[in-house]
Design a protein around this ligand. Structure first.
Ligand SMILES: Cc1cc2nc3c(=O)[nH]c(=O)nc-3n(C[C@H](O)[C@H](O)[C@H](O)COP(=O)(O)O)c2cc1C
Length: 210
């Protein structure tokens, strides 16, 4: 088995290290963040760091790279207080990837990559019409991660849209039914195989399939 210690990791060239270290935490979520600027330009960007923060209240978060260059999504979120989170399905992953390109501020990635803006229930931030699971969030807070200058942004869930047929009776969403993709590293995408749901883990019993 290959072994690298910190000394060896620090000697890796930066692109290689980014690819390598970005892979070691496993499969990641794959979402498009939709925002608009105060002057009305729409913005769309792929993020693989979306995480569940809590369900009551319903909160999610994402990690933003350091503010050393223009960060349109964050600037828009701070200004307007809203963003949408749109899951990427297998038919959208190439367009989703392309949103990472550094387009000029006034260029809308929706238009540039061929995805459609959608406005639902008076929410100001744009959803991705082609996405099958979308969440409207309001900005709550952000925290500077002193270790590397990244920022953890926290949003409160205000709206959730999905096809009813993917939901189990207990609330669980079968994301495999809408072909939600997972992100691997910084540029890999995969469609996971759903292995099943298991019963609540207890010390005195084996897990059973639900
Ligand atoms: C697969 C993938 C995942 C990404 N995940 C993140 C992320 O979690 N955080 C981040 O700051 N940038 C991430 N990026 C980079 C942003 O998509 C990119 O910087 C984008 O231009 C940001 O757009 P904005 O300036 O309009 O916000 C990711 C890029 C790719 C291709």
């Amino acid at each position: 088995m290959t072994h690298l210690d910190l000394q060896k990791i620090e000697k890796l060239n930066s692109r290689y290290r980014a690819n390598f270290i970005n892979s070691i935490t496993g499969y990641k979520s794959c979402n498009l963040l939709g925002t608009n600027s105060s002057s009305g330009n729409t913005n769309l960007a792929i993020f693989s760091s979306l995480v569940h923060i809590g369900s009551s209240p319903a909160l999610l978060g994402f990690v933003l790279r350091p503010l050393t260059v223009r960060r349109d999504s964050f600037k828009n979120i701070e200004k307007t207080g809203q963003f949408t989170v749109n899951q990427v399905s297998s038919d959208l992953f190439k367009q989703a990837h392309q949103t990472a390109a550094k387009y000029k501020e006034e260029v809308s990635e929706f238009e540039a990559v061929g995805l459609t803006e959608q406005y639902l229930n008076d929410f100001k931030a744009p959803y991705v019409k082609e996405s099958r699971l979308k969440v409207g969030c309001t900005y709550k807070n952000h925290y500077l991660l002193e270790e590397n200058g990244c920022i953890l942004v926290i949003g409160a869930v205000e709206h959730i849209y999905f096809p009813q047929e993917i939901q189990d009776d207990d609330g669980f969403l079968e994301l495999n039914k809408i072909n939600t993709v997972t992100a691997m590293g910084q540029d890999g995408y995969a469609l996971p195989d759903f292995l099943g749901r298991l019963s609540y883990a207890r010390p005195d019993s084996e897990p059973k399939f639900l």
